[in-house]
Design a protein around this ligand. Structure first.
Ligand code: PGA
Length: 249
């Protein structure tokens, strides 16, 4: 049984005042069977970890450097993020791949560094609109999974997020059958690469314009083990209904 995970990605949004958005989530979270994670900007990590302490709601980071320490101005390492209270790190998000030129091999190195620090990497993959229209989405994502996921990972401590680039922040969502096809494809690839049992246990999230109106049907698709939510994670009034949809079955 793979436990569902609903993860919020605040991206470059949020200041100290935004932490009040956590309170209604904390008030309700004792009833959740799904795991809930929020990934704020790094400036809020320790504050958020403090505020969520003991609640069961987890805190994650949005990126890390592959090295544990050193001469890397402006970067943060996985051990530093662990020290700040993070339990997960989003890696290889398409915004990092396009805006910072991140490659699969860099994402792979970051994922290994994350795991070494005792944190769970959430490795993002996904095709562009052009790649989908050209009929090569499955191949593109297969290549990203093969090259970004480190060899011999702990399947309980690694998550893959399928986020079609064209669905992020656009309000566009693939058809449920396209989501099912891609998630089944990633599942069978993980089984092949990591072994039957490990490949079965790795959770695969869907991300890209998830909201309270579509969460229930997306989360009902086979091999969708949760959601990675951007815009709709910023406000409790948007995020909580998504978590409730996850609880509803
Ligand atoms: P969105 O972002 O939910 O705003 O589309 C998802 C993501 O980028 O993780």
């Amino acid at each position: 049984m793979r436990r569902r995970l609903i993860a919020g990605n605040w991206k470059m949004n949020g200041v100290r005042d935004s932490l009040t958005e956590l309170d209604p989530i904390v008030a309700e979270c004792e009833t959740f069977t799904s795991e809930v994670l929020i990934c704020p900007p790094a400036t809020l990590l320790p504050l958020m970890a403090n505020r969520l302490s003991g609640s069961g709601v987890m805190v994650g980071a949005q990126d890390c450097h592959p090295n544990p320490a050193g001469t890397h101005t402006g970067d943060l390492s996985a051990p530093m993020l662990a020290d700040a209270g993070a339990s997960h790190v989003i890696l290889g998000h398409s915004e990092r791949r396009t805006q910072h030129g991140e490659t699969d091999s860099l994402v792979n190195a970051k994922a290994s560094a994350t795991a070494r620090a005792g944190l769970v990497p959430i490795i993002c993959v996904g095709e562009t609109r052009g790649e989908r229209e050209a009929g090569i989405a499955l191949d593109i994502v297969a290549g990203q999974v093969r090259n970004s996921v480190p060899a011999e990972p702990d399947p309980e401590a690694l998550i893959v997020a399928y986020e079609p680039v064209w669905a992020i922040g656009t309000g566009l969502v693939p058809s449920l059958s396209d989501i099912a096809e891609m998630h089944a494809h990633i599942r069978s690839l993980l089984r092949k690469e990591i072994g039957e049992s490990g490949g079965h246990r790795i959770r695969i999230l869907y991300g890209g314009s998830v909201n309270a109106g579509n969460a229930h049907e997306i989360l009902s698709v086979a091999n969708v083990d949760g959601g990675l939510v951007g815009g709709a994670s910023l406000k409790a009034r948007d995020f909580l209904p998504i978590i409730r949809q996850s609880e509803a079955g």
